[in-house]
Design a protein around this ligand. Structure first.
Ligand code: NI
Ligand code: MG
Length: 589
């Protein structure tokens, strides 16, 4: 619908218009963005709303802590490994429960696979279509596309015939009016900048990545029995090593398959994902100054590398906080300190027993639902009051961005040589300054670069596991504390981890062998949360403010920046309106 005419009486300040995107698609879960714009279509205030609630924290109470991973894994069908690892770590931390080195390494391999899988799928299947115009690809010359591919990497699918085949397939979709997964894009929008050949290249890799991801995720099946939702266990991992395999056994043949899958991950990342990101980014350098969030970053650190598995220094990514873009200092982080991490519900649909204006540390966290929003169908949320099912986590009162950019910046600030090398090389290739990292483009590039770092590190993880096995160290599970009768009457702990989307933690309180309280703060809680009691925006809201929309009817710019965070709104079956009303809508009023 066209923007409504300005009916403001003469003399009054013009009323901001609102662009509503609900639901934001190509994400996990249900997100609504309401963006207020001025007469030049510049966003003056954005409000981020999680429109669905699950309440899994509520149903955790009274359960066996050893089952926590299986419930929290169901937050979502994407971040399954992440929430499971956070849950088993929380219980192990609370009980002081040691696990064998092989279990640490196998969890690392499963988490690393999750990162590589998740980031590649996000880039090609969730985010690329914000930058790649499918219909423009129809104009491409396959011979020129082949030349382009040969110029950026040694990836073998690089012939004119190969790209002519992809083009024929795409033309078939288009001629039949069956764009299918490519339907409903803002094709032809003038903000799309890639030449047709680069668009065809990206479409080819979109299709190749679909087949590739199905293969490499087998690592989860080998160690965890299945995917999605592989199995975990408090005290280790639920697999053993045997010559023949068997019900829980990982055979020598499957261990060789893991090596092969790691090689497949590395090849695709090095020869497709990294060069594609840099090639596409070179057409969108203006996005290196747009879409900065709050300028504060948090990471719990990840991939313990041993030999001291609990030493925070011995990790692939360091932990810490960066405030106000200041890369000269990494501030220490203690998630058990009640003054550090707190969740506000001042603008969320929850009640707190001490009042909604008083934020709570997750050990004392409460999940009491209190919906005060409008009844559907509604036009707008009341964004001056409560407008989201997401809480607003803060570190020492400050909003924080979590995710690949946070991890890469903290590693960069810590002087990590590999990260510095990767980041500086990419910036040099694009001709961009370090400040370009604080942007939508920086977020996309950081995700790609950390994927390379993690995929490369998997060689060392795998080598360490094989070394242990060859020395006869086969232990994968430790049963010394498995019986709740051996536990203290009261215990509490936090399970920290870095998920692909960022800092993830579960806080558990155990009493008499049962869960007394359970609170999870997931990466998207940090990034997508609403304003807090002091009116401070969350990262999505801060990142959108200032965007100029070329065409409010097709708010491509909003999608670019929101997708750069890789939202996961934790995470339910899709809701179907029983009346068949259109669910994807962009409303301009
Ligand atoms: Ni998720
Ligand atoms: Mg929570």
């Amino acid at each position: 619908m066209p923007p409504s005419p300005d009916t403001t009486p003469a003399g009054a300040a013009p009323k901001p218009r609102r662009v509503v995107v609900d639901p934001v698609t190509r994400i996990e879960g249900h997100l609504r963005i309401e963006a207020e714009t001025d007469a030049d279509n510049v966003i003056t205030r954005a409000s981020s709303s999680g429109t669905m609630v699950r309440g899994i924290e509520i149903i955790m109470k009274g359960r066996d802590p050893r089952d926590a991973w299986a419930f929290t894994q169901r937050f979502c069908g994407v971040c399954t490994v992440s929430n499971s690892v956070a849950a088993v770590r929380a219980v192990e931390y609370a009980l002081g429960y040691p696990i064998p080195p092989n279990a640490e390494i196998i969890r690392n391999l499963m988490m690393a696979t999750q990162f590589v899988h998740d980031h590649v799928v996000h880039f090609y299947h969730l985010h690329a279509l914000d930058w790649v115009d499918i219909l423009s690809a129809l104009q491409a010359d396959p011979a020129k596309t082949a030349k382009l591919q040969q110029s950026i990497s040694p990836w073998p699918n690089n012939s004119t015939e190969y790209f002519a085949g992809v083009l024929a397939k795409l033309k078939g979709f288009a001629a039949g009016g069956q764009l299918g997964i490519f339907a409903n894009g803002y094709w032809g929008h003038p903000e799309y900048k890639l030449p047709p050949e680069a668009n065809l290249l990206a479409v080819s890799h979109y299709l190749e990545a679909l087949a590739w991801q199905r293969e490499i995720i087998k690592v989860h099946t080998i160690f965890g029995g299945k995917n999605p939702h592989p199995s975990f266990v408090v005290g280790g991992v639920p697999c053993t090593f045997t010559e023949a395999g068997g019900a829980t056994g990982v055979s020598a043949q499957n261990l060789r398959l893991v090596a092969d899958l790691i090689a497949q991950m590395q090849k695709f990342v090095n020869e497709v994902y990294v060069p594609d990101t840099l090639a596409i980014a070179s057409f969108y350098k203006d996005w290196g100054t747009r879409g900065e969030g709050v300028g504060n970053f948090i990471s719990y650190g990840e991939f313990p590398l041993g030999p001291d598995w609990n030493d925070p220094q011995q990790r692939l990514f360091p932990a810490g906080v960066i405030l106000n873009r200041d890369l000269s200092k990494i501030l220490p982080l203690d998630p058990e300190d009640p003054r550090q991490i707190q969740e506000s519900v001042a603008h969320s649909w929850y009640d707190y027993s001490k009042g909604r204006q008083t934020p709570l540390h997750p050990y004392d966290g409460e999940t009491v639902l209190r919906y005060t929003g409008p009844q559907p169908p509604y036009e707008f949320l009341d964004v001056d009051k409560s407008y989201s099912w997401i809480k607003s986590p803060r570190w020492r009162g400050q909003p924080m961005e979590a995710g690949p950019l946070a991890r890469v910046l903290i590693a960069y600030a810590a002087g990590d040589k590999t990260v510095r090398g990767l980041v500086d090389h990419a910036l040099q290739q694009l001709g961009l300054p370090v400040s370009a990292l604080f942007s939508t483009l920086g977020r996309v590039a950081a995700r790609t670069l950390e994927t390379k770092l993690i995929a490369d590190a998997m060689t060392g993880m795998y080598g360490a596991l094989m070394g242990n096995i060859q020395q006869g160290q086969l232990e994968t599970f430790n049963d010394i504390l498995f019986d709740p009768k051996t536990w203290p009457k009261k215990a509490r702990g936090v399970g920290l981890m870095e998920a692909p989307r960022g800092a993830l933690a579960h806080w558990i309180t155990i009493e008499d062998g049962k869960i007394a309280n359970y609170q999870a703060v997931i990466p998207t809680t940090w990034n997508a949360g609403p304003r807090d009691a002091n009116g401070r925006e969350g990262p999505y809201e801060a990142a959108l403010r200032g965007h100029k929309l070329h065409n409010p009817e097709q708010p491509l710019e909003i999608l670019r920046t929101i997708h750069s965070f890789d939202p996961c709104l934790a995470c339910a079956v899709h809701i179907i309106d029983p009346h068949g009303t259109e669910l994807v809508q962009v409303k301009v009023q």
